[in-house]
Design a protein around this ligand. Structure first.
Ligand SMILES: Nc1nc2c(ncn2[C@@H]2O[C@H](COP(=O)(O)OP(=O)(O)O)[C@@H](O)[C@H]2O)c(=O)[nH]1
Ligand SMILES: [Mg+2]
Length: 471
């Protein structure tokens, strides 16, 4: 029997050239029997709504991420970048301007993409080809609420089968949609708001998976997941100010999972071994992902983790230390929504496993959670003053921390959790695993059609900014 241990790796140990070589020399035999080098798709979910206070900063951050990715693309480490955007205008209509900017940035920085675009621009026949979606661009942009994607899903019976009328909103839904769009054997997800993004982050996430293919003696890793310390750019403030980030992870999900795994080990065992259960930066084999279901909302990260642990065991996971993250914060309301969505997910898991919390057991659980938080708050306080506060000088910005605010936050989080259980309003939609609700040929067809649409939409953005002309 394998021991239930979990492995760790770190961005600090990444060696660029060696990693590139390893990736370029790693071969797989794909489902149609062709022996070929492994490929990696990078997926960046994003939502930068019009009118959002941090819009400029978020766009600037996404641009920097693309610039960083460009070196990896030119070196052959990544084979595709897909940006799935859900930005909307104040009237709720899809806003395509973010994706137009993405295309411009990619053209400026990604040599490979520039050559593709120039080729399309130089020939009427290529342009005609691309206008139909037949040119496979290295960078593809997709809007979650593109009416033609919805139409495609409707025509192919997906919406009817799922009993929904349109493409659902939410981060989980965006990731679900990205699966059939990807051509890579490995999919690497990267949030779009990491201000200090480095290309090594992608390498350190994908490497454990690549190694497990190329080296038989290495214990097979199917999923790698980031952890870090987060400094969060304050959403509400005009000036540059940070707070000790990861608030939902530190003050809700970690202590809650600790309590749940000691009370219900059969369901939550191993969860408390995860350093950052909510991180959105991870890498996974596409074929694994095709067999997982996806909640539409922010519970997606927990859900993937839960399914991987259940199906393959904790040994299949590599936790990757990405050190320190500077990212753009959510509004307090956003944090509360997230806690509510996560609470609903945890309760669903309990119910699925036959556990219905009575009012008494709920009270006990919430009290245990609050007690647990007291310990964590003390620990975080030490960590903050030891490791984060000193960074203020280098950042030339204040980093705020208040123990009493942390305590208040725990009170609010516990009442959100309490309310979620009491109301039993579990209306969050779960999207099924692609390979479970479609047969292979239906799925292959839908996947090709979605790829055409993504390429066509990308071409439309290129037209819009004048990088190509109508045939
Ligand atoms: N496409 C898409 N992306 C989303 C959606 N919600 C959030 N995102 C993106 O997912 C990433 C993580 O979301 P964020 O709100 O920053 O969560 P946090 O970092 O965990 O607090 C960011 O890059 C968001 O722009 C959504 O509904 N659709
Ligand atoms: Mg974020």
């Amino acid at each position: 029997m394998n021991s239930k241990r979990i492995d760790f790796s770190s961005i600090k140990n990444v060696r660029l050239e060696k990693s590139i070589d390893l990736k370029l020399n790693s071969m797989i035999t794909d489902e149609i029997g062709i022996h070929r080098p492994i490929s990696i798709s990078v997926v960046i979910p994003t939502k930068i709504d019009a009118g959002k206070k941090t819009r400029r900063k978020e766009l600037e951050t996404l641009t920097k991420i693309l610039e960083e990715c460009s070196r990896l693309a030119d070196l052959g480490y990544i084979d595709e970048i897909i940006v799935v955007d859900a930005s909307i205008y104040e009237n709720g209509k899809p806003d395509y301007s973010i994706l137009t900017k993405v295309i411009k940035t990619a053209y400026l920085h990604l040599k490979l993409f520039r050559r593709e675009v120039d080729l399309v621009a130089s020939s009427r026949a290529e342009s005609l080809h691309a206008s139909k979606g037949f040119f496979n661009f290295f960078v593809k942009v997709v809007h979650q609420f593109d009416p033609l994607i919805a139409k495609l899903l409707e025509t192919k019976g997906v919406l009817t089968k799922l009993n929904i009328e349109r493409m659902p909103s939410g981060k989980g839904a965006a990731l679900w949609l990205s699966v059939p769009l990807c051509s890579g054997d490995i999919i690497c997800f990267i949030d779009s708001d990491i201000m200090n993004f480095k290309k090594e982050m992608i390498i350190s996430l994908c490497n454990p998976l690549i190694k497990s293919i190329s080296n038989n003696s290495y214990f097979k890793k199917l999923f790698s997941k980031a952890f870090y310390k987060r400094l969060t750019l304050r959403y509400e403030s005009e000036s540059k100010e940070f707070v000790f980030g990861g608030r939902v992870t530190r003050l809700f999900i970690k202590p809650m999972l600790k309590i749940l795994s000691s009370n219900y080990p059969d369901i939550f065992r191993e969860f408390d071994k995860m350093n950052y259960p909510l991180s959105g930066e991870n890498a996974i084999f596409k074929e694994v992902l095709e067999n997982l279901y996806f909640p539409c909302d922010y519970s997606i990260e927990l859900s993937i983790l839960y399914q991987i642990i259940k199906k393959y065991g904790i040994n299949s996971i590599m936790q990757v230390d990405l050190d320190l993250f500077y990212h753009i914060g959510q509004s307090v309301k956003g944090l509360h929504n997230m806690v509510s969505q996560l609470s609903v997910y945890l309760l669903k898991l309990l119910e699925e496993n036959g556990i219905i919390l009575s009012e008494d057991s709920l009270n006990v659980l919430v009290n245990e959670y609050k007690n647990e938080c007291r310990k964590w708050i003390k620990k975080y306080k030490r960590l903050f003053y030891r490791e984060l506060q000193p960074l203020s000088k280098e950042l030339r910005a204040p980093i705020h921390y208040s123990e009493s605010t942390e305590r208040e936050r725990v009170e609010i989080f516990s009442s959100i959790f309490f309310e979620a259980v009491k109301s039993r309003d579990y209306e969050s939609k779960i999207l099924p695993a692609w390979k479970e609700f479609m047969n292979q040929s239906e799925y292959t067809l839908l996947s090709s059609l979605l790829k055409y649409r993504a390429n066509q939409f990308t071409y439309d953005r290129l037209l819009k900014v004048g990088l190509v002309r109508k045939p």
